[in-house]
Design a binder for this molecule. Structure first.
Ligand code: ADP
Ligand code: ASP
Ligand code: MG
Length: 813
């Protein structure tokens, strides 16, 4: 004998009902089949909604009714194209009664729990009829039995308790005579007084479990629209996958904590008799599904699944009057029991100064009223505060039999939540250590589930969500590189890198599933108007774990946004030098925020473009080395200028060429005055541990007064022509000593300087070509022979690859 239950999600359409019928037929070939069906997906809610509208005197309940009616008529006629006449009998009669019931609710403005149960019962009654009738019309040997005649309960309407003695006897009695296939409505029952009751929302699963247990069958099958119980709700976590096996306790914990695929009370009758529960997918019958048995999970995964319950209110009772005095919790929980309020979560601080518990938001007001009444006297004496109620919360829970054998699970759980800026309001861990739950804001649930899922189930792949602002030359190269490397990163480094948001100064564009990087320019044009706050706001709303903000502008206002990003635990990768080289306080604040929110602030490309200069410096220091001196050529543009300037060229022409080839800033004075190099050595000095500002850097310019005082770029070029003799003199002087001119930055014993130098033959700087940069670190470990880093220090491609390296650094932290 087989007991199968089909949920509303699997019986909502003609196609799905046809699948159900073929599954039933194939089972019926070799045994008796009992099939429990729920209502068409969504119909129970529609019935309740129509009832509520009628109760409120809102005539639109009639429209609600029409939708329900049409849905069932349509389903029936699609399934039975030749037998329209049957519509006149049972279906029409039932729907007529339903309409009368709604009219009655409308007239008396009342929807009691008793009437509500009567109302919602139509969903299951109608669908079980439609399926049975359809099968009979196809000459399949099938009967329908109304479960209201078998399942007897008390009168706790909307979630009645089963009287097992009578119910079991009824079921056994009815199924004594063998039947090929029996279809029964789930969820519905009757009280001992003959009133309609129901078993609670989602209760069709329970109907099937009650029947399976009464008949002591070998297996209970729950057929739904997903291939089993997943490691997390598959609608919220894309990477979730079906769990092959679960113990009864795990299944109970997961379903109790929100895995809706199984109604929690379903497990108990099966567990009592050791009946395995198999969860299967109607839409994919070949998939294995999840098998739930008494087998305790000793597998390698410490955590079996993660679940969540929304709509939680956290209530806190606190006050000095509670400390050390017994009986407070008894009175508190008695009050809630009397009000029939279900407590989902409890935690008490060991100081006994407060008890905190979670209930459904729908019960919050009633709980608060009742508790404040119970403790009215203590509250009036100020021994207790009035109950504190917080709403808009959710619970996320890790579940697994095997968690108790593994240390550090809660550490990993909370560090994963913390890293993603998810604030935990309360924590509870059952003594069985099968469940660790945390209360968080409802808006963070999706991010929390995904972050936890990544930590516990996808350790191998990490998702990085990138938001780029400033998609000019370098940005374009970066996007190209990301697009080319995505597959490699996934396969080799297990990093799933996605660009979720892009922006230039005019437009911004977002795609939560990752922007199509072959088409980003067109998409960006279609985007919304860009603002700096708007970009951040959207990133916060999208609320993705491992988010990285990338600044490829040279804009002060963008740099001023970094603190706001870091405070949201969004990593900052800056190509923009402004923040790291502005006043020391700003630099320090950013470093502090980065530590406080455990989120990286990286700016490798600020010095030497793609060369790993800052990273190397950080590694030297982290490993205990001390920097004594840094000597460097850090300006690709100045290097280009002095490599090309000689007695047969003109200084003016060489600078013009450098600008034309994109090696200088739009205003070449920023490069030629040495300010840009000063900023770079400043950043290196700071990263070496020195508290320094730009004004502290000695900058003896090789430019003339006239060059420096020019009012515009054009004016500057004119002064270069006028002062050609000055530049030729610099060249001649170097030539006469067999030297090369290099613009050098130095940091020695806490002092920094920048300036043009005559470099002797043989010095490592002497042969520096093109736009190359070079940095020499003299340290305690490299006292005589410095550590040298040398290579192209400018250009869109190398800068983009430096940014890329920072992104990977964020990913591998
Ligand atoms: P039915 O109508 O078959 O009873 P339900 O809607 O009650 O179906 O339950 C199935 C749904 O449960 C799935 O579609 C899925 O959205 C949700 N769900 C939540 N958590 C989980 C989980 N951990 N595993 C599988 N499904 C889950
Ligand atoms: N139809 C009922 C509900 O929506 C019972 C069920 O689906 O199991 O709650
Ligand atoms: Mg269900």
């Amino acid at each position: 004998m087989h007991v199968l239950k089909f949920g509303g999600t699997s019986v909502g359409t003609t196609t799905n009902i046809n699948s159900v019928i073929s599954i039933l037929q194939s089972y019926a070939k070799n045994s008796e089949v009992i099939c429990v069906v729920s209502a068409v997906g969504g119909i129970t809610d529609k019935l309740l909604n129509a009832g509520r509208l009628a109760q409120l005197g809102d005539e639109s309940y009639n429209e609600g009714f029409e939708i329900i009616k049409t849905c069932h008529f349509q389903l029936f006629s699609e399934l039975n194209p030749t037998t329209q006449n049957s519509l006149n009998t049972y279906l029409a009669e039932q729907l007529g009664q339903l309409k009368k019931l709604l009219d009655g609710i409308f007239l008396i403005n009342e929807l009691s729990p008793k009437t509500s149960d009567k109302l919602v019962s139509y969903g299951e009654l109608l669908l079980s009829y439609i399926i049975t009738e359809t099968m009979q019309n196809r000459a399949i040997d099938v009967v329908r039995k109304n479960s209201q005649e078998l399942i007897v309960t008390n009168s706790d309407f909307t979630k009645a308790e089963v009287n097992y003695e009578i119910t079991n006897a009824n079921i056994r009695n009815y199924f004594k005579a063998p039947k090929a296939i029996t279809i029964l409505p789930g969820f519905v029952s009757k009280s001992e007084d003959g009133e309609f009751t129901t078993l609670g929302r989602g209760g069709s699963d329970f109907t099937a479990a009650i029947i399976a247990a009464a008949l002591e069958v070998n297996q209970l099958e729950i057929w739904t629209d997903v291939s089993g119980m997943f490691t997390a709700n598959p609608k919220l976590v894309k990477q979730a996958f079906p769990i092959e096996r679960l113990s009864y306790q795990e299944a109970m914990e997961l379903s109790h904590f929100g895995a809706k695929v199984l109604y929690p009370p379903t497990v108990q009758p099966a567990l009592n008799l050791n009946i395995p529960i198999l969860i299967k997918n109607t839409l994919d019958p070949e998939a294995n599904g999840t098998l739930i048995t008494n087998h305790v999970n000793n597998g390698k995964n410490s955590v079996s699944g993660i679940s969540n319950i929304d709509n939680i209110a956290l209530l806190t009772l606190q006050g000095n009057g509670m400390v050390g005095i017994p009986g407070f919790s008894k009175r508190l929980f008695e009050t809630l029991a009397q009000e029939k309020i279900n407590i989902i979560f409890i935690t008490q601080a060991s100081s006994e100064h407060s008890i905190c518990f979670g209930v459904s938001t729908n019960d919050a007001l009633q709980s608060a009223r009742a508790i404040n009444k119970t403790f009215e006297y203590e509250i009036s004496l100020k021994k207790l505060d009035a109950l504190i109620v917080e709403t808009g919360l959710s619970i996320v829970a890790l579940v697994g039999d095997n968690m108790k054998n593994h240390q550090g699970i809660s550490g990993k759980m909370f560090s994963s939540l913390g890293k993603n800026n998810i604030n935990v309001r309360a924590i509870a861990q059952g003594a069985s250590e099968r469940n660790i739950s945390a209360v968080i804001a409802e808006k963070d649930v999706k991010k929390a589930l995904n972050a936890l899922h990544e930590s516990f189930f996808e350790e191998k792949t990490k998702q990085l969500n990138v938001f780029i602002t400033g998609v000019g030359n370098v940005g374009e190269r970066l996007i190209l590189q990301i697009n080319q490397q995505r597959k490699f990163l996934k396969d080799q480094l297990h990093i799933n890198l996605r660009v979720i948001g892009i922006s230039n100064s005019r437009k911004m564009y977002f795609d939560e599933d990752g922007i199509n990087l072959t088409n980003w320019k067109t998409l960006l044009e279609k985007g919304q108007p860009a603002t700096l706050e708007g970009f951040l706001h959207q990133i916060i709303v999208i609320n993705k774990r491992n988010s990285i903000f990338i600044d490829i502008t040279a804009n002060q206002a963008v740099a001023e946004m970094y603190p706001a990003y870091l405070k949201q635990s969004i990593a900052v990768v800056a190509c923009n030098k402004i923040a790291a080289s502005s006043n020391f306080e700003t630099y320090k604040t950013l470093k502090t925020l980065s530590r406080k929110y455990s989120v990286p602030y990286l700016f490798e490309t600020n010095v030497g473009a793609g060369l790993p200069i800052i990273d190397t410096l950080n590694n030297l220091i982290a490993s205990g080395d001390k920097i004594t001196s840094i000597q460097a050529v850090l300006s690709g543009s100045l290097n280009f200028v002095f490599n090309n300037f000689n007695d047969s060229t003109k200084f003016h022409d060489v600078v013009k060429q450098a600008q034309a080839e994109g090696y200088t800033e739009p205003d070449p004075r920023i490069d030629l005055s040495g300010v840009d190099v000063a900023r770079k050595i400043l950043i290196l000095a700071r990263e070496s541990g020195c508290e320094m500002n730009l004004e502290d850097i000695a900058n003896k310019s090789f430019l003339t007064e006239a060059n420096l005082n020019s009012d515009s770029v054009d004016d500057f070029y004119t002064t270069l022509i006028n002062d050609e003799a000055h530049f030729q003199k610099l060249y001649q002087s170097a030539q006469s000593k067999n030297c090369q001119l290099k613009y050098v930055a130095e940091f020695n014993n806490g002092k920094a300087s920048v300036g043009l130098k005559e470099i002797q033959l043989g010095h490592p700087f002497y042969n520096l070509e093109g736009k190359d940069n070079i940095v020499m670190f003299y340290t305690h470990r490299y006292p005589e022979q410095p550590m040298i880093i040398k290579g192209a220090g400018a250009g869109a491609d190398v800068t983009a690859s430096g940014l890329f390296a920072d992104i990977i650094r964020v990913g591998s932290r």
